[in-house]
Design a protein around this ligand. Structure first.
Ligand code: NAD
Length: 255
């Protein structure tokens, strides 16, 4: 599939990595639907992208909301052949924090957004992808999960986050195996530390210390680099059922 043919549903598309994917796809001639909870930011992001983009307010944790939003995205795009899951929260917190053990509800909330939200979006999009006419390779679409290096080397304070990022990675192969019958591929990207609003919120000290930990290139990742990998995966039918680290060889320390 060529990136100019992409008809993409992008969750978390109002900001950061998801927004970079939207800009890349539209610049290449594709069409995008941005799904996000941030409506003002999402509407502005879509307006900036022009007529090939739309914003649909969607909370990925709400199944009905997801099904409705994906239907609306399908109507706007004409078809869906790319789904990129970028909606997510950091969910930082220690199991035994300063004010006592982590509330179970907090852990559940992070699981709901990062893991269950990904699954709800995947199944709604995959269902509509099955209606696509397959291309010469028999392909109907690609689903991308956004994991994290925290799936491999979770730091202190990432117990909930790492659980979700490990889980979206682990779903990749069984989902790819199941959806192979429809010509739908499933891939996961595990980013290191990228410049996005998520990282903007950190102290300069922490940002510098994170950059210093990257072997090469000695800097944080650029959102455009994530978007380029999405485009590469879209155009590479043999990439399936696997996770790709995009991290400058960083291996996170315990803290
Ligand atoms: N930035 C990094 O360094 C980094 C590293 C590894 C993994 N990631 C992952 O990449 C993804 C994107 O992160 P980002 O850095 O672009 O962050 P971001 O905060 O810029 O974007 C995340 C977006 O998700 C949206 N969102 C949150 N909860 C939602 C919900 N319930 N329904 C719909 N949308 C919701 C937010 O509104 C926001 O626009 C996340 O899953 C994150 O865990 C980021």
């Amino acid at each position: 599939m060529n990136i100019n043919e992409a008809r993409a549903v992008i969750t978390g598309g109002a900001s950061g990595l998801g927004n970079a994917v939207a800009r890349h796809v539209v610049a290449a001639g594709g069409r995008v639907a941005l799904l996000d909870v941030q409506d003002a930011l999402g509407a502005t992001a879509a307006a900036n992208l022009g007529p090939a983009a739309t914003f649909i307010k969607c909370d990925v944790t709400n199944e009905q909301n997801v099904n409705d939003a994906v239907q609306r995205a399908h109507a706007f795009l004409g078809s869906i052949n790319l789904t990129v899951n970028c909606a997510g929260v950091v969910g930082a917190g220690r199991m035994l924090g300063k004010s006592g053990p982590m509330a179970g509800d907090f852990f559940t909330k992070v699981i709901h957004i990062n893991l269950i939200g990904t699954f709800l979006i995947d199944k709604a999009c995959a269902h509509l992808m099955t209606q696509n006419t397959p291309n010469a390779d028999g392909e109907r679409g690609l689903i991308i999960h956004t994991s994290s290096v925290a799936a491999y080397e979770g730091q202190i304070g990432q117990v909930a986050y790492s659980a979700t990022k490990g889980a979206v990675l682990a779903m990749t192969l069984p989902m790819a195996r199941e959806l192979a019958a429809f010509g739908i591929r499933v891939m996961t990207i595990a980013p290191g530390v990228f410049w996005t609003p998520m990282v903007d919120g950190m102290t300069k000290e922490l940002q510098d210390s994170l950059s210093a930990q990257v072997p090469f290139p000695k800097r944080l990742g650029r959102a455009e680099e994530y978007a380029s990998l999405v485009a590469h995966l879209f155009q590479s039918p043999y990439m399936n059922g696997e996770s790709v680290r995009l991290d400058g060889a960083i291996r996170m320390q315990p803290k």
